[in-house]
Design a binder for this molecule. Structure first.
Ligand code: ADP
Ligand code: ZN
Ligand code: ZN
Length: 768
């Protein structure tokens, strides 16, 4: 008999274990026997288990412990051992993982794969430490000891005398004056000492990413609206229990100070509690972080610039209860803090909170769930709340609404001027991405000693490479995708640049002539590089930098350039939405939006919402001092209501209007959506699989009384990416519960699986 199949009497209980590798186990995991030696196992322990026919040893988490099982003894395998690194997740995260697995249609093991940073999973930076201590059963009279061994024993006695019965092996050898650890090892061999190994993580000192606890900043005296927000939250904390609060505060209204004082209140009333603060990755600047470290002790920061070893160390610190506050991007919502009392989600509307691969979770929604499970307070803050959150705070009334309508005293919201690009074109020939108005203001602000930010949400130089002859109509598309290619200038390339597909990253040289008719090709459209070129030409004196994911290649590029800008070494920054978030530079007088329309005409029902957000957010970077700021928004759609309302900073009217339109069309947040994308290199196969799924969905939907609106099979808006043909089905249900019911029916029949061919996206934010 295979030794893995232990006899039932050596098994003391049964565990549901979720292996981290992507097998599609349901939320309850796989059943294993717990051998006598592991009888102290608890939910949340990481263990090693034999998996599959080959009984490969894989790591997994204990999600449940039972006293009995219906599984026949012949099929029962036993847990091999506890994870030697001793990794454990608090029980509330296990609960949360079960929820994520169910809600987002993802194998639970993959959820754990995401919860646990890769550095922790693979033990990066971990070293094994051997501690030694005296064997009380060994009579010293029976052994002969060398001089060094005696010295070591004497040193250990000194440690014992000060209450430290265990000491690291190498350290003991050093104290005894030995050149190597062999005297200590011999003491172990002779049975005088016993040893105990444990794994510790050592990251290079002073580089954990924790800002130095510099000078502590004092509380600011809150203004009336800020005070009201803090008081309202405080009353919820004192009542006990769970609550979600939407802090709708215009840019510069002092939301951060409100967060800080809310956290202080929670810590004061529940001294054991901890806080999680989520910010968009890009906003995780020293600027943001220092506002927290300057107020609180023991802040742990999780950001992408940490090395793996540092990340591992941070995680261990957090799990050991050594941090009071964790600040981080999306995945920090899974910080293994022991007692979370408050969760803050700053810029809650930000699209980076949604993960675009399995599990396709939204950190804001997970925050609300975690808060609910723990009876904690959740604060969602934004100048431009997502319509989902705004709907919950107004129409549904399930969230508290806290409103900060004005900037902190002395600062005003900037004046926004719209420039009509259709009109502009009539006055100047040639390509001008910068209008006369904007040009004039850039010069003016420079002369006044102020700084400028220019936003264009498009990388590269030009987004169309085409034949100028309309009768020919040739346009450069990607060989592997149904998409046009973008021209990037590059001095080292032979023809001065290359063209790249932004979907699959294929690159090729720019064709000099139209392959169909031989005419010289033209570049249409805009990109940050083209703006850069125009700035160079029009303002040769200006000191400027471009910030987009093409220039920000190194880990510290972003912070270095922001540092230069902060110190006034740069007059102007050109960037994609990278520059639109959370930055607070008092000397920025002018913000220019090169094209207010880039996201307006996207085939996505959130196009208007995104357009409003990006204009309002970038406009919010101007005028953060007593000198008022100016914002220029250039647009081909001067009469578009979204652009108009954004220019007036009128979120409330925009939200009401947009919510009404969504209601009429039956779109989220009034309803709930899920999307399944099926892909295959073979077009026919992709279509047929999608069609089969659609038929099954329709069948199950019938059992639910056809309350879910189903659309598909149909090609995705981008019908082919990286040689995969893509078909989709959209489901729109009256509420989340109904949607879950429908998907569970299919999931139980193993028809709906998240794998390489099928992507299930619940509450999708990108519909391409
Ligand atoms: P938001 O996050 O809402 O855009 P910030 O938190 O960045 O706003 O605040 C803008 C500026 O106002 C910051 O420099 C901050 O220190 C300052 N501030 C916030 N609250 C107060 C207050 N009550 N009194 C004085 N200054 C404040
Ligand atoms: Zn491509
Ligand atoms: Zn042509």
């Amino acid at each position: 008999m295979n030794e893995l199949f232990t006899t039932p009497d050596s098994i003391v209980a049964y565990a549901q274990v979720a292996p981290e590798q992507g097998v599609d186990v349901t939320a309850s995991g796989l059943t294993y026997g717990i051998p006598e030696a592991l009888k102290d196992l608890t939910v949340g322990d990481r263990v090693l288990v034999p998996l599959g026919r080959g009984n490969k040893t894989v790591p997994g988490f204990v999600v449940q412990i039972d006293q009995s099982t219906s599984l026949p003894a012949s099929k029962l395998k036993a847990i091999s051992e506890k994870d030697p690194a001793g990794i454990h997740l608090p029980a509330d995260l296990i609960e949360l993982a079960r929820w994520l697995s169910g809600y987002y249609c993802c194998p639970i093991g993959m959820v754990f794969g995401t919860m646990l940073p890769a550095a922790v999973k693979h033990g990066i930076g971990a070293t094994v430490q051997t501690l030694v201590y005296r064997n009380p059963d060994k009579d010293l009279k029976t052994v002969k000891l060398s001089k060094l061994q005696k010295a070591a024993l004497a040193e250990l006695e000194k440690c014992e005398a000060v209450g430290k019965p265990q000491i690291e092996m190498r350290q003991l050898a050093e104290l005894a004056g030995a050149k190597s650890i062999s005297p200590v090892k011999q003491l172990i061999t002779k049975g005088v000492l016993k040893s105990n190994t444990q794994s510790i993580i050592k990251a290079p000192p002073g580089s954990t990413g924790n800002a130095s606890p510099a000078e502590k900043s004092a509380k600011l005296l809150l203004n009336d609206t800020q005070q009201k927000a803090v008081t309202q939250l405080a009353s919820k904390v004192d009542d006990g229990g769970f609550g979600v609060h939407l802090l709708h505060g215009v840019t510069g209204s002092g939301k951060t100070e409100v967060y800080l004082q809310m956290i202080e209140h929670v810590f004061a009333s529940r001294p054991d509690s901890c806080a999680i603060v989520l910010v968009p990755e890009i906003a995780l600047t020293p600027q943001t972080v220092s506002r927290f470290t300057a107020r609180f002790d023991s802040v742990a920061v999780m950001h992408s610039a940490l090395t793996s070893a540092q990340r591992h160390e941070q995680w261990r610190r957090i799990a050991a209860g050594e941090a009071k506050i964790v600040i981080g991007a999306r995945s920090a919502i899974f910080a293994p803090l022991p007692q979370v009392g408050i969760i803050i989600v700053d810029e809650e509307h930000d699209s980076s909170y949604k993960q675009d691969q399995l599990p396709r979770y939204h950190a804001r929604d997970v925050a609300v769930k975690r808060g609910q499970q723990l009876g904690a307070q959740v604060v969602l803050g934004s100048a431009t709340p997502s319509l989902e959150s705004y709907f919950n705070a107004t129409v549904r009334g399930s969230y508290d609404l806290l409103h900060l309508p004005d900037r902190v005293s002395g600062f005003q919201l900037p004046h926004v001027q719209l420039v009509d690009l259709i009109e502009e074109r009539k006055h100047r020939r040639g390509v001008h991405l910068i209008s006369r108005k904007l040009e004039e203001l850039i010069g003016y602000v420079k002369r006044q000693g102020g700084q400028t930010m220019l936003l264009l949400n498009r990388r590269g130089y030009a987004n169309y490479v085409a034949c100028p002859d309309h009768t020919c109509g040739w346009m450069q598309t990607c060989e592997h995708c149904d998409a046009t290619m973008v021209y990037h200038k590059h001095p080292s390339a032979m023809s001065g640049g290359y063209i790249r597909c932004h979907h699959c990253d294929t690159e090729q040289l720019l064709p000099p002539l139209c392959p169909q008719c031989g005419k010289k090709i033209t570049l249409f459209g805009l990109g940050t590089q083209r703006v850069e070129e125009e700035i160079e030409r029009k303002f040769p004196e200006l000191r400027f930098a471009r910030m987009d994911s093409d220039t920000m290649r190194q880990r510290d590029d972003y912070q270095r350039i922001l540092g230069q800008f902060q110190k006034g070494e740069l007059d102007l920054l050109i960037g994609t939405q990278m520059i639109a978030k959370g930055l607070d530079f008092p000397n920025v007088r002018l913000v220019g939006v090169i094209s207010g329309d880039t996201s307006l005409h996207m085939p996505d029902f959130r196009a208007a919402e995104r357009t409003f957000q990006i204009i309002a957010q970038v406009a919010g970077r101007a005028g953060r001092s007593s000198t008022p700021g100016i914002v220029v928004v250039q647009t081909f759609s001067i009469d578009d209501p979204t652009i108009k309302l954004a220019s007036k900073h009128d979120f409330i009217t925009f939200a009401q209007r947009e919510l009404e339109m969504r209601k009429q069309m039956g779109l989220p947040p009034h309803t709930r959506m899920a999307r399944v994308v099926v892909r295959d290199v073979d077009h026919e196969k992709s279509y047929l699989l999608c069609k089969k799924l659609a038929m099954e969905l329709a069948r199950c939907n019938q059992q639910l009384g056809n309350v879910v609106r189903l659309r598909g099979p149909m090609p995705c808006p981008i019908a082919r990416i990286a040689d995969f043909h893509r078909h989709q089905i959209e489901m729109v249900a009256p509420d989340a519960g109904t949607l879950q019911k429908l998907m569970t029916m299919l999931r139980n029949d193993r028809l709906l699986i998240s794998d390489n061919r099928m992507a299930v996206d619940v509450d999708p934010t990108v519909l391409l």
